[in-house]
Unconditional design. Structure first.
Length: 298
């Protein structure tokens, strides 16, 4: 018969095993640390939390001439935002210094940044103050635009970075637990800030792969490029499960527990992931929140 002491011992073994888990990425392993379960609590969820959003269901509004904008995030705490933009006609926007730091990820079609042309899956990093000589696109071109709050202090113009997906190889990343259980992920690093550790990368997850309950000190946002994914969130207000399909989006401030054994893909999934700082993780054996609430569809 299982006793309370036996259950506590099993939990402790699970916690020790979690301490040995690592996530290896191209730029080096993610730092991890196992933590005991916090006490169950219920209070308001953090502001700017966006979960289970379908970007195509967002109300579209005109943006410049010939562009349609769907805004997924306007972060009140740091002024950053995320949006999905579509060219309704062949259009060219004027040249001049960029007003804030941008990441632009091409979902479909072609975009031109001065003399540089990017296609599907390519990424541009445009730091504040950069002048790329104008930005243009063809009808039907769709891209994701991520903007950081405009810096008030004088900023020396940085250098634009253009990354072609075909030039970057997929690399193995592994979630490994004591006992020999390995769950392979594929990682494609697109951009990393050597100073802050901020990064943009792709993560490909195969069916059957699960990730332990985890907390990132840094904020994290993701856009599902392919496949489906069920993602559990251990929120202060209670646990919730979200089902994502292509076009699904989330933004999670740092400090929110998520993932766990009930998070998975049935078909395989490819995520575009952004973090404003180095991606580190604390792993936990379980979610201490109330039982799962009704599953939420994006």
């Amino acid at each position: 018969m299982e006793t309370h002491a036996m259950r506590r011992m099993e939990d402790r073994r699970t916690m020790i095993a979690a301490a040995l888990m690592i996530i290896a990425q191209a730029s080096g392993p993610v730092a991890v640390q196992a933590m005991p379960d916090p006490e169950p609590v219920r209070y308001a969820d953090p502001p700017d939390l966006v979960l289970g959003l379908d970007a195509d269901e967002i109300e579209a509004v005109p943006y410049f001439n010939g562009l349609l904008l769907r805004t997924a995030l306007r972060n009140s705490s740091d002024g950053s935002y995320a949006a999905k933009v579509t060219f309704l006609a062949d259009e060219k926007m004027g040249s001049g210094p960029i007003g804030r730091d941008y990441h632009i990820y091409v979902l479909e079609g072609e975009m031109r940044f001065g003399e540089v042309t990017l296609g599907q899956g390519d990424l541009a990093y445009l730091p504040q103050g950069t002048d790329v000589g104008g930005l243009s696109g063809t009808v039907g071109t769709t891209y994701l635009m991520f903007g950081r709050a405009k810096r008030k202090e004088p900023v020396a113009a940085g250098e634009a970075v253009f990354v072609r997906a075909a030039d970057v190889e997929w690399r193995k990343g592994t979630v490994a637990a004591a006992g020999g259980a390995d769950a392979e992920l594929l990682i494609k690093p697109l951009w990393t800030d050597a100073e802050t550790g901020a990064r943009v990368h792709l993560v490909k997850i195969a069916p059957g792969v699960t990730v332990p309950w985890e907390i990132h000190p840094s904020a994290e946002e993701g856009y599902l490029l392919e496949g489906d994914y069920k993602l559990a969130e251990c929120l202060p207000s209670g646990r919730r499960d979200y089902s994502y399909n292509e076009g699904g989006y989330f933004y999670r401030p740092g400090g929110v527990m998520h993932s766990g054994p009930d998070s998975f893909t049935s078909t395989g999934a490819t995520w575009l992931i952004r973090t404003p700082a180095e991606l580190t993780a604390l792993f936990y054996p379980s979610c201490p929140a109330a039982p799962a609430l009704e599953e939420t569809q994006p």
